[in-house]
Design a protein around this ligand. Structure first.
Ligand code: OXD
Ligand code: MN
Length: 607
């Protein structure tokens, strides 16, 4: 018998069961016994491998198919009724056609298989911020990852009651056929359909699909915000904790900033950073008129390569129990995991992410063979034992610096919002916007330059507004209007908005600022600005620190170097303003007047 009487849920389940024709139906109740039985089953079928229980208690390894290792933006679609509502930055498909196509792909694909019904909550069950979803899947790997990344089980159904405010999610592995892979969103129907993938970002439907694409649309209609932001708390000695949310494009070190360890000088004085979230923030106006944020997730889905005790001690520690590793190297000598730039030497007896025998000798042979082809992409991949986008799924509660506020679901008041990108020359290390609307402008023009490591031309500016380019579930210009509307609601209670750039380079292309834990020095200034404790220089783009106000104690970094990365090159900014003007044209008459005015002001300031 179904553990719910929710009429909309039961009706949808009837429809989906008829469509998918599973042999068996299993409700995920949230109990440890059920999850443990599923882990055992996944190990018996080879879907997962259990790792060394002493070194990695409760941890497992999984490999996806080689064609299924990342999110697929070109096959991610927003199926709003009107094409113009998806906007120029999304791929759109007519919903009637999309349902027909997707149901044709999925029809009967649970035959001979089990349909798992996962009731899950984004945000702690019962929190005012939280929302429920139901994901149907034929993958135990998905069930077990969802049980780390979200709150799953019957308590979600109880909290939902008979409400229709829940998100429908259908996932079917089908044949992992990349030609028939679709990650489809129907924002007006609260529905997600994902077919032919088994990779996390495409199939853990609570994360990017619900908590960003669907939720951003819900937020617009319901007066709140779903953002691609980390949330952290910074406590200065003797002061109360201040909270900031920060948006960066993928691969700009969001998880590292969220879990930052202060430099020794600061730690000794009593500075502390606590993590609330590393990827997503749901933000609402509180009773006192300020913005409050929660992390709707319950775990971290982090990139493994590059994670080590120096780059992110806390993330690494989070992976030591109850974690699932995907597409990393399996070290057979001690039945543990390995990836590029972890703390351990290359294993001598291992299996690579493709399931092939692997060690340093084999790798060198692979690299030599790839070099003979002269193909840069092949050479890059031959150097990897772990896939560059290999992942860990780790419970947030494992994180040594997790904030007590993470679990309460009450939301933390935001003092600052930070935007950032990768800019070699243009953006200074940090600047503050003049006010909320200017901050919205700063977020809307967020960009990164392509690096030599990525395929394609070097130095091309890619705009990624608010780091939401792949995640905004509706027209980007309407999303900016929503930001402006939120600003009107909160007035002078608004968090201050900043922009940071850790990636200024010297003439050799090397990064100037040391980054990682040293970024605390910038956060320190940001909080001082929020508190009105420190002055700044007003420039054409906003308020830039006086170099002396950024504490460099204990760091081998000169004031002149700092002045260099705080400098604003007017010529570069004039070119930037032209680039913004060109970019804004895409959004036609939906571009809010306020942003047009902001661009005009920037141009006037630069003249
Ligand atoms: C992620 C991403 O996986 O932003 O979090 O790509
Ligand atoms: Mn992300």
């Amino acid at each position: 018998m179904a553990p719910t009487t929710n009429p909309t849920l039961l009706k949808w389940l009837d429809e989906m069961t008829a469509l998918m024709t599973p042999d068996k139906v299993v409700w995920i109740d949230g109990s440890e016994e059920q999850l443990e039985a599923l882990r055992a089953e996944a190990c018996a079928t080879g879907e997962m491998e259990k790792l060394n229980e002493e070194l990695y208690p409760g941890c497992y390894l999984h490999r996806t198919k080689a064609n299924d290792v990342a999110r697929v933006e070109d096959r991610t679609i927003i199926c709003s009724r009107k094409e113009e509502d998806a906007g120029p930055t999304n791929h759109w498909m007519d919903p009637t056609k999309a349902y027909e196509m997707l149901y044709d792909i999925a029809r009967g694909r649970y035959a001979g298989r089990t349909m798992y019904i996962i009731p899950y909550s984004m945000g702690p069950v019962g929190s005012e911020f939280s929302k429920a979803g139901i994901e149907l899947t034929d993958s135990i790997y998905v069930v077990l990852n969802m049980a780390i990344m979200t709150r799953v089980g019957f308590s979600v159904l109880e909290a939902l009651g008979d409400s229709n405010d829940w998100v429908r999610g259908l996932h079917a592995k089908c044949d992992i056929d990349q030609e028939k892979r679709w990650i489809a969103h129907f924002p007006e129907d609260n529905t997600i359909i994902s077919v032919n993938s088994g990779y996390g970002g495409n199939v853990l439907l609570g994360k990017k699909c619900f908590a960003l694409r669907i939720a951003s649309y819900q937020g617009k209609n319901e007066g709140w915000m779903a953002e691609h932001m980390l949330i952290l708390g910074l406590t200065k000695p003797g002061e109360e904790t201040k909270y900031v949310a920060a948006a960066f494009p993928s691969a700009c070190g969001k998880t590292n900033l969220a879990m930052l360890i202060p430099p020794e000088e600061f730690e000794k004085k009593g500075y502390k950073v606590e993590t609330i979230g590393d990827d997503i923030a749901w933000i609402r106006v509180g009773e006192d008129g300020r913005l409050y944020a929660i992390n709707p997730e319950n775990g971290f889905f982090g990139v493994a390569p590059g994670t080590n005790s120096h780059s992110n001690y806390n993330a690494l520690a989070s992976t030591k129990k109850g974690a699932i590793f995907t597409n990393v190297v399996h070290n057979l000598d001690n039945n543990t995991v390995w990836w590029e730039k972890c703390d351990d030497p290359v294993p001598t007896n291992a299996i690579d992410w493709l399931g092939r025998p692997w060690n340093a000798e084999i790798r060198d042979k692979n690299v030599a063979e790839a070099e003979a082809t002269g193909d840069a992409a092949k050479i890059k991949m031959a150097k990897c034992g772990a896939h560059p986008n290999s992942r860990f799924t780790a419970p947030a509660e494992n994180c040594p610096c997790i904030s007590p506020a993470f679990a309460t679901g009450e939301g933390v008041p935001l003092s600052a919002i930070i935007f950032g990108g990768r800019r070699a020359k243009t953006a200074p290390l940090v600047y503050q916007s003049r006010d909320w609307n200017n901050g919205v402008f700063v977020g809307s023009i967020m960009a990164s330059e392509t690096t030599a490591a990525a395929a394609g031309a070097v130095g091309v500016v890619r705009r990624d507004p608010m780091a939401m380019l792949p995640f905004c579930g509706y027209h980007m210009a309407d999303y900016w209007t929503h930001w402006i509307e939120m600003g009107k609601k909160i007035g002078d209670k608004a968090p201050k908005i900043f922009n940071v750039n850790w990636f200024r380079t010297d003439d050799n292309g090397d990064f100037i600022w040391p980054g990682y834990g040293e970024n605390l020095r910038v956060l320190d200034w940001i909080i001082d600005r929020c508190e009105g404790k420190v002055d700044a220089d007003e420039t054409a783009i906003g308020f830039v620190p006086k170099a002396e106000d950024i504490n460099l104690n204990g760091l081998d970094f000169s004031l002149d170097q700092l002045k260099g990365i705080l400098a604003i090159d007017k010529e570069l900014w004039a070119a930037e303003a032209d680039g913004i003007e060109e970019y804004y044209k895409k959004f036609g008459d939906r571009l809010p007047e306020e942003l047009k005015n902001q661009l005009a002001t920037l141009k006037a300031n630069l003249a």
